[in-house]
Design a protein. Structure first.
Length: 327
């Protein structure tokens, strides 16, 4: 049995889809609420669905049958300012699951975030040492909560304290793909651009206020959720691999590239409008993110990453443009 926390969320539901398609026994831990989030998992035969507050009762009942916990559950909004709520959901639950897995010698794969890198001035190297992590300074409570747990995990490992037999923290960069529709303003840029292109035939991007970047030339490491799920399944198949790992492509692309790929997927000519960036955003805007992928490659992961144009085309043509866009 595999437990997937956040299993009805964006990345989590794509992992659940892959696991159930492979015939794995999956229990989803999540809250479904009152919107259409349930549709993310409606096509996949989970063994059970439980709320996060019931997870330790589940572990007590099923502990000896649990092969691994894939912990994707979190408050993922970078604009959330209730820090107590973030700590309760992102840090406290993660620590408790880590400790349970250490005691019961159960494997743990968990979601960290590229938000742990802060403004990027320290680079994007997923070095799994306390010294390296101490150099990072996240910019918001969400990124800090993920960073705090990374530091706790690395601290236990370096000190020789009990820890899961396999542990892997995944620093997700700019993930896009099906089943993100419930995320509101936190959806990927592709998901935001698609309805604008369909309705108005144009998209609006921020102008650049940095001399080294042209308008629309701001760079991000956009990664398909298909690749993100591939990495999780690879880790499940390689229990000897532990560490912190970036989940990106290693190749930054511009927002203009992303827009052009979305227009091309719809068979339309790109019409891009550039607008001024809000004043409050200018001082803390990141112009460049790019995952270093050498450590994951050195661990043995060899599968190529999906090129931006191919990933966007699949997302637009096989999901966003369909009456049923769910994975």
């Amino acid at each position: 049995m595999i437990i997937v926390t956040g299993g009805a969320g964006f990345i989590g539901s794509n992992i659940v889809a892959r696991l159930t398609e492979a015939g794995r026994d999956v229990v989803i831990v999540d809250r479904l609420g009152h919107d259409d989030k349930w549709r993310n998992i409606a096509k996949h035969p989970a063994r059970d669905i439980v709320k996060p507050e019931a997870v330790f009762g589940l572990l007590a009942r099923e502990g000896k049958h649990i092969e691994a916990i894939i912990h994707m559950g979190a408050i993922s909004s970078t604009t959330e300012r209730d820090v107590d709520l973030i700590i309760e959901n992102n840090l406290r639950l993660s620590i408790d699951l880590w400790d349970w897995c250490a005691i019961h010698q159960t494997r743990l794969i968990y979601a960290s975030s590229a938000a742990t890198y802060g403004d990027g001035t320290q680079g994007f190297d997923d070095e799994a040492t306390g010294k390296a992590l101490a150099r990072l300074h996240p910019l918001n409570p969400y990124g800090w909560s993920k960073h705090a747990f990374d530091r706790r995990a690395i601290g236990d490992v370096e000190a020789g304290r009990p820890h899961p037999p396999q542990w892997a923290g995944l620093k997700f960069f700019n993930v896009y793909g099906p089943n993100e529709y419930h995320k509101g303003t936190m959806k990927s840029v592709v998901a935001h651009m698609y309805p604008d292109i369909v309705a108005a035939g144009r998209v609006s991007l921020f102008k650049s206020h940095h001399p080294d970047y042209e308008d629309g030339g701001q760079l991000r490491d956009f990664v398909s959720v298909v690749d993100a799920a591939d990495i999780v399944l690879w880790l499940l198949d390689h229990p000897q691999v532990s560490g912190l790992f970036n989940v990106g492509t290693g190749k930054a692309r511009s927002f203009a590239d992303l827009a052009r790929a979305t227009f091309a997927a719809l068979g339309r000519t790109a019409q891009i409008h550039y607008r001024d960036m809000p004043e409050e955003l200018k001082a803390r805007y990141q112009y460049f993110t790019q995952a270093r992928m050498e450590r994951l490659r050195a661990a043995g992961y060899a599968k190529p990453f999906t090129p931006l144009e191919a990933g966007v085309k699949d997302y637009v043509q096989n999901h966003l443009s369909k009456a049923d866009p769910y994975r």
